[in-house]
Design a protein around this ligand. Structure first.
Ligand SMILES: [Zn+2]
Length: 287
């Protein structure tokens, strides 16, 4: 885990382009941090407590200042299982209120139980879901040591609680999983129509650098936003037509031309499920 410096005060560590496994310690997502004169603001907590401790060690090499805040871009396991390590050290945790329902859901509990098996020993009985100290309800500013950060809710998109963080002085955008850089996103149960609207919201920030939740930093913000947007739009277009014509999913999937996206990492792992979820979504939306 080697922090990469993005601008004067912004850094990030980059997870692997893979599914979570004991071999990669669930290091499959990125975390960012902003070093201010009064402390460090971390964006996302990584996928296991061990990874969070390693990130804290890396931060300590860069500055003796403590982590004062952790901002959660969304409550997916690979971004939040490290939170407890930051809380233990007194950091204040912020997230968008849309996560409230998920945090107390059976889905979240089941996911954690499964992770304790699938990701052992990195996720164990001591690993807990951490409730934020402060819920974010709308766009707001966080100022630490004179450094201004803009917190912008953009959900529901990838999740109900999507939140992005913008450092205007250095034009760096921490985009969470709204933007996938050079890979196929996991659509899950997300409503891609809202997601597309959120991507349009991000295009309003005049970012030079975009740090996505997965994959390398981008200095071509517009092209990356566009790729995710085009992929989602293509799923809606092709699967929407199939649902409308009541074509069976398997036939529609086999017939669809995926050549524009099939070279992207995680296409094989994610595309079929993304298409299927979109097919079901479009069926529901047409009723
Ligand atoms: Zn993620």
């Amino acid at each position: 885990m080697a922090p990469q410096q993005v601008s004067r005060s912004a850094w990030f560590v980059q997870g692997e382009a893979a599914l979570g496994s004991p071999a990669n310690r669930n290091f499959i997502s990125n975390a960012g941090f902003v070093v201010t004169p009064a402390g460090v603001v971390v964006i996302d907590a990584l996928g296991s407590p061990a990874l969070a401790r390693e990130l804290l060690q890396e931060i300590a090499r860069i500055t003796p200042l403590p982590v004062t805040h952790v901002i959660v871009t969304h409550y997916h396991a690979d971004h939040v299982y490290g939170l407890q390590e930051f809380r233990r050290r007194g950091a204040r945790i912020l997230a968008q209120r849309g996560a409230l329902e998920y945090l107390h859901s059976e889905t979240a509990a089941a996911r954690l139980a499964a992770s304790r098996v699938d990701l052992a020993p990195w996720i164990d009985a001591q690993t807990q879901l951490v409730t934020p100290d402060e819920w974010i309800d709308g766009a707001r500013e966080l100022v630490v040591g004179g450094t201004r950060l803009q917190l912008q809710p953009v959900g529901p998109a990838h999740t109900p609680e999507d939140l992005v963080v913008y450092l205007p002085a250095e034009r760096v955008l921490f985009a969470g999983d709204i933007v996938f850089r050079g890979r196929v996103p996991f659509v899950g149960q997300a409503d891609s129509r809202h997601w597309i609207a959120s991507l349009d919201l991000l295009l309003r920030f005049d970012a030079d650098a975009v740090l996505p939740g997965h994959g390398p930093r981008s200095d071509s913000a517009r092209a990356d936003l566009q790729l995710t947007r085009d992929y989602l739009a293509y799923l809606r277009e092709t699967m929407g037509a199939a649902a409308r014509d009541m074509d069976p999913f398997d036939e529609a999937y086999a017939r669809t031309d995926w050549s524009r996206f099939e070279h992207l990492p995680l296409f094989k792992a994610a595309n079929r499920m993304n298409a299927y979820n979109t097919y079901l979504l479009m069926e529901r939306q047409q009723k």
